[in-house]
Design a protein around this ligand. Structure first.
Ligand SMILES: [Zn+2]
Ligand SMILES: [Zn+2]
Length: 279
């Protein structure tokens, strides 16, 4: 009974905590970067604790020789993506964004707009740029840090696909900061080893249950649920997958190429290696 309640409540409570904490810090004039880092660190700690209390796969709470690799991916991708992000934020903007709306109404709109770009860039990564995206799918388990396991090329593409449309439409800086913070903390929960049950929210959010199917080893199963935050565009374009008769797969990882490198340096080089394009 308690477990059932926790499975249903953890996800909305986590998102509410992140948004309320972020909004409070911004309202008190805390610099954006400090607020984002503080909320992200608190959320990471929360997810790590809840993964121990309510695990989906107990074995995923043990290191698979991937912690150091994922830390390097997180640092490397951020190092490349942050300057691109600052560049994009300086672009001239149209006055098309409803900046007079309250932030709580602007954020869902920002998610839907940004997700349209990131949905199609994610599909493109699966269709034609697999050696770039395979870094993300090479994760041998799913836990809070997997969201950061991305190639710097993909991290850069994400900025252009998701953040740039918001900037071009004229979204205000406070909303952009809130959106980027939300996207970061969401990704930690989406990839977490927490045994959540979202119920009807699985039609709105691309949560852990849906995303585990996206990390299934067979490509025919992984080619679906492309949403980063929302599943709405998967519903619209017919790529949402949540089999009702089976538990999401515990066997996650990469089907091909079978010899895809697991260490950071070789994974960075993989998109520049010809044989990885022949899959
Ligand atoms: Zn993918
Ligand atoms: Zn993922």
């Amino acid at each position: 009974m308690i477990r059932r309640a926790a499975q249903a409540l953890v996800f909305p409570a986590y998102l509410a905590f992140a948004l309320i904490a972020g909004d409070l810090l911004f309202a008190r004039g805390v610099p954006g970067i400090v607020a984002v880092l503080s909320v992200t660190a608190a959320c990471a700690a929360l997810v790590v604790v809840v993964e121990r209390l309510l695990p989906f796969e107990r074995d995923w709470n043990r290191g698979h020789g991937d912690l150091w690799t994922d830390t390097l991916h997180a640092a490397g991708s951020n190092l490349v993506a942050q300057p691109i992000c600052l560049l994009v934020l300086a672009w001239p903007a149209a006055a098309l964004w409803p900046a007079v709306w309250p932030l709580w109404a602007q954020l869902p709109l920002a998610v839907v707009v940004a997700e349209l770009g990131s949905y199609w860039s994610h599909r493109w990564l699966h269709a034609g740029l697999w050696p770039v995206h395979a870094v993300h799918h090479s994760a041998p388990r799913l836990y809070w840090l997997n969201g950061a396991r991305v190639h710097p090329i993909e991290a850069s593409l994400d900025v252009f696909a998701g953040v740039a449309p918001l900037v071009l439409l004229g979204a205000p800086p406070r909303l952009l900061t809130l959106f980027m913070m939300f996207a970061g903390v969401y990704r930690m929960m989406q990839h977490s080893n927490v045994d959540v049950r979202l119920g009807p929210l699985n039609w709105l959010f691309s949560g852990p249950e849906l995303h585990r199917w996206h990390h299934a080893r067979p490509r025919r199963q992984a080619d679906g649920n492309f949403g980063s935050i929302s599943i709405v565009w998967d519903v619209v374009f017919g790529t949402r997958r949540l089999p009702a008769d089976r538990r999401p797969p515990a066997d996650v990882g990469i089907e091909a190429p079978a010899d895809y490198p697991m260490d950071w340096a070789h994974a960075l080089a993989a998109p520049f290696t010809r044989r990885f394009w022949r899959v």
